[in-house]
Design a protein around this ligand. Structure first.
Ligand code: AMP
Length: 120
């Protein structure tokens, strides 16, 4: 499948340093920062540094090193934040998934008891 990446999206601007962010950690392949509108005590977004619009785009086209580096940063986020009691990882995708920012991101949400996964 072919994916079109818009380099004017807000996370692309964060990666270029045009917009500030509250960085949790980063490595060569990915950046993790606090969500500006947190839904729980822990709400971190993990994004690849490469131009991928969505989880399926990233899974299809990112290099093996890039995918491993991304997941290693997810592990670091889990070590650095208070998610010993558990958390939820969410990647909203396109229209049906209600994705607002068209740069792949994984939400890591935790630090409190969460509700059931879907309400509608
Ligand atoms: P999604 O609906 O999965 O695309 O989620 C996008 C997320 O990005 C939302 O949870 C927003 O609160 C978050 N967000 C938008 N702009 C920023 C920003 N400048 N810094 C941090 N998080 C942001």
């Amino acid at each position: 499948m072919q994916y079109d990446y818009d380099d004017q999206n807000i996370f692309a601007k964060i990666l270029r340093g045009e917009i500030p962010n509250q960085t949790v950690c980063e490595n060569d392949h990915a950046l993790a920062f606090n969500d500006i509108n947190p839904q729980a005590p822990v709400h971190v977004l993990v994004i690849p540094k490469g131009p991928y619009v969505s989880l399926d785009h990233f899974a299809q086209d990112a290099s093996a090193d890039g995918q491993v580096g991304f997941m290693q940063l997810v592990a670091e986020v889990c070590r650095l934040t208070d998610v010993a009691g558990g958390f939820r990882a969410i990647s909203n995708t396109r229209t049906h998934g209600v994705q607002d920012v068209p740069h792949y991101h994984m939400h890591i949400i935790g630090g409190r008891q969460l509700g059931r996964m879907l309400h509608d």
